[in-house]
Design a protein around this ligand. Structure first.
Ligand code: SF4
Length: 379
């Protein structure tokens, strides 16, 4: 099969930019009239021409969201269990060069934090660690998962890239979903942004979602950190990556995340900031191109933006978020989070906000058939 790496290579920057810049209105209309869009159609919907016709794209994105997801919006909450990191990502507050105090929760402390989130009503949990494979090893993650799995219908991971065997081991421990942010799909920019540490290996990270899918992960998500590369570059590559995964792993639920870069402690300059208009265009183009994929919007975005995007394609949102390690149920805590949260709404506040939009907040939409979950809440 053609690897995603090879497929991406068929779309060098010059070719992509030429299609993007030269798209006319008839191509936008054609893309909006099709049930199965090609990558070229997706690029047309990301184009400057399409940005002049956002209302038309919004109508199509709304129609497709209702057709495939109804009025359901899934809720989850993240739990950061370690901010020890050996990487030097230039844009991240957890960068190994930052001298801030670090916290690595013991499995017992992580389970205590998770229990508090369970008691608040959360049933879908996302575990996050920095990239420190010796300290936050796959065995450590599995230990935490086994302790908390009875409390949650779904436990996902957002950790460093693993081997297929390691993903399989985590699936066996109770993990059912993973998200991998490629950050940028431009190999040269990627190398500059990640000068040291295991994350420097572009290809190992690029192929992580397919290794997870091959290892039996129920749900696999991809995303780029918007603002690192020119708009048409990483938006197109992210959609193409999900499109490729859908075709090669039809039994896996493929999802997308849409983070825009946030300020952090340090001095990283955002060269390609994505404004609100282009951000909304991106979400709607993704929905038209990949109508069955879930789209997750984090608390990097404001409450107003997150609410606005729900009718246009977003189907998963977080609630009750902290991006710092610890501090809920344990005294161990890091002083700062990975990024600044813009939407501080609690779980009840998110449920109320979603209801006010005429949608249904879903706290639990799936349960591992092999697990004896104690979770019963469903809004
Ligand atoms: S983005 Fe992730 S891998 Fe990079 S420094 Fe931050 S926590 Fe570490």
């Amino acid at each position: 099969m053609t690897s995603f790496y090879d497929l991406l290579a068929q779309w060098p920057a010059e070719k992509r930019k030429a299609v993007w810049e030269n798209t006319d209105f008839s191509q936008v209309q054609r893309a909006l009239s099709k049930d199965n869009l090609t990558p070229q159609d997706f690029l047309a919907l990301l184009s400057p021409c399409a940005s002049e016709h956002l209302e038309l794209i919004a109508q199509r994105a709304h129609e497709l969201t209702l057709r495939f997801f109804g009025h359901a919006v899934n809720l989850f909450t993240p739990l950061y269990i370690s901010d020890v990191c050996t990487n030097q990502c230039r844009y991240c507050g957890f960068n190994a060069r930052n001298t801030q105090k670090r916290t690595h929760l013991s499995p017992e402390a992580a389970a205590a934090e998770a229990r508090l989130l369970h008691d608040q009503g959360h049933r879908h949990l996302l575990l996050l660690t920095g990239d420190a494979p010796k300290l936050s090893s796959p065995a450590y993650i599995a230990d935490v998962v086994q302790r908390i799995k009875p409390l949650f219908a779904s436990v996902g991971i957002e950790v460093y890239a693993l081997t297929e065997d390691e993903y399989a081991m985590l699936v066996a421990s109770g993990v059912d979903s993973m998200t991998m942010f490629q950050e940028t799909y431009d190999p040269e920019l990627y190398a500059w942004l990640h000068p040291a540490g295991p994350k420097h290996n572009y290809r190992f990270r690029l192929d992580a979602p397919q290794r997870a899918a091959a290892a039996g992960m129920r749900s696999v998500g991809v995303g780029a950190l918007l603002g690192l590369a020119p708009f048409e570059q990483d938006t197109f590559a992210t959609g193409l990556h999900a499109w490729w995964l859908e075709r090669h792993y039809p039994g896996v639920d493929i999802g997308l995340s849409i983070p825009r870069i946030c300020p952090h402690e340090g001095s990283f300059t955002v060269k390609h900031a994505v404004d609100d208009r282009h951000f909304v265009q991106y979400v709607m183009a993704l929905r038209c191109f990949l109508p069955r994929c879930s789209i997750t919007c984090s608390t990097r975005e404001s409450a107003v933006m997150r609410d606005h995007l729900i009718p246009l394609g977003v189907t998963r949102v977080s609630a009750g978020v902290s991006t710092a390690v610890g501090g809920r149920a344990t005294k161990e805590a890091s002083p700062t989070g990975q990024f600044e949260i813009t939407d501080h709404r609690s779980l009840p506040e998110m449920i109320a906000a979603i209801a006010a939009l005429g949608y249904q907040a879903v706290i639990k939409d799936w349960e591992d058939p092999t697990a004896s979950s104690q979770a019963t809440a469903c809004a």
